[in-house]
Ligand binder design. Structure first.
Ligand code: ZN
Length: 373
């Protein structure tokens, strides 16, 4: 691959209260909008958004998101869109994905307004479709990134801290997965796939540096719903740096192991980023990275309360045959795990998961001798 490619949203705006400016940003894209709003925000945010759009002369139709990013839900949105020039998604990842996919079907411009910082989907051109029952179905490439990503940090700081922590777990994988893809010269997610640019790789590195510098201070503030510069920087790392990093450089075993772990029921109650954090520890074991790197990641996860062991993921009693099934699921031909610079088989994946958990458990005991092992 001799061509390198870079992509991202046209604009990213972040700060307390920026939701009040949504009318101005939407009006620069078109005069009619479909607004898909997450159900739990329907009463709280809809009025403010409607007022701003009206003041800017944008005719808006509001649709309460059904809760699942499914084909049925996308069809319902397309039916309601009535040739809207802009689709605005407000809420969590699934509402935003539905808005992005709807916009790509009707050729509309797109604005995402994430209200939690738990994943890096708001900036990307990728949407995920689930069955109406919530089982993963497929990834949709929307063809374009959002025109505007509007991140109201005051809204995000008001949400439970677990969302911000989970977003840090997802962002923790970005640099290490970018490095896997660089080592194997894999294609990124821009268009049909290019080699990453120096810009993409630098962003993935910046994502890691910001997490290590500000992650712990951000958690201390977020626990009390306070908005400090560290929280602002972590919101940006979780949303923009991680989003640009994964899309421009690719994902690998942290996400591959995350996907495979979902074959085990107890993991379903954990957030995406929580499982990806554990997957990142597994990735470092799988790639046999230096001890200091592994300890930096494990210590960060322990300090933030992200899962580092199988027991932390509700899998204290997991059996050998169950872990073999995880290893086999990870080896599916379409899995993203294959971009690691290691010859893989299902036994190796399972062994890396067992070992990652054991190393993290020993590290936890070493740091806190009172912690039971
Ligand atoms: Zn992710």
């Amino acid at each position: 691959m001799n061509q390198r490619g870079y992509g991202g949203p046209l604009r990213y705006i972040q700060g307390p209260g920026v939701i009040a400016d949504i009318g101005r940003y939407a009006a620069s894209l078109g005069q009619s909008a479909l607004v898909v709003v997450d159900s739990f925000l329907w009463d709280g945010l809809r009025g403010r958004i409607a007022g701003s759009l009206e003041a800017a002369g944008v005719e808006a139709r509001f649709l309460r998101f059904g809760g699942e990013s499914s084909d049925t839900e996308v069809e319902r949105c397309i039916g309601e869109a009535r040739a809207a020039a802009v689709v605005i998604g407000v809420g969590g990842g699934k509402a935003l994905d539905t808005a992005k996919i709807t916009a790509s079907h009707i050729g509309a411009r797109i604005v995402t307004v994430p209200t939690i910082a738990s994943t890096d989907s708001p900036t990307s051109a990728i949407g995920v479709i689930y069955s109406p029952e919530g089982v993963y179905d497929c990834v949709v490439r929307c063809g374009r990134n959002p025109d505007v990503v509007l991140v109201d940090s005051a809204v995000i700081a008001a949400a439970p801290a677990r969302f911000l922590v989970s977003g840090m777990g997802d962002a923790l994988s970005t640099f290490f997965e970018a490095r896997s893809n660089q080592d194997t010269r894999s294609r990124n997610y821009i268009g049909d796939g290019y080699a990453p640019t120096a810009a993409g790789l630098a962003i993935a590195r910046a994502c890691h540096d910001v997490l290590m510098r500000d992650g712990r201070a951000a958690l201390a503030a977020a626990r009390a719903n306070r908005l400090t510069p560290a929280v602002e920087t972590i919101i940006e790392a979780n949303t923009l740096l991680s989003g640009l990093g994964f899309e421009n450089c690719g994902v690998s075993a942290a996400h591959g192991i995350h996907d495979a772990l979902t074959v085990l029921g107890p993991t379903h109650r954990f957030f995406h980023g929580e499982k990806v954090a554990f997957g990142t520890i597994c990735l470092l074991v799988l790639e046999n990275r230096p001890r200091a790197e592994l300890e930096e990641v494990i210590d960060f996860c322990i300090d933030l309360g992200l899962p580092t062991t199988l027991a932390d993921l509700g899998l204290a009693a997991v059996r050998e045959d169950e872990m073999r099934a995880v290893g086999e699921a990870a080896m599916a031909p379409a899995s993203v795990i294959h971009s690691v610079p290691v010859a893989l088989d299902s036994r190796l994946v399972a062994d890396a998961i067992w070992t990652a958990s054991a190393i993290a458990e020993a590290r936890g005991a070493e740091r806190d001798p009172r912690r039971p092992t």
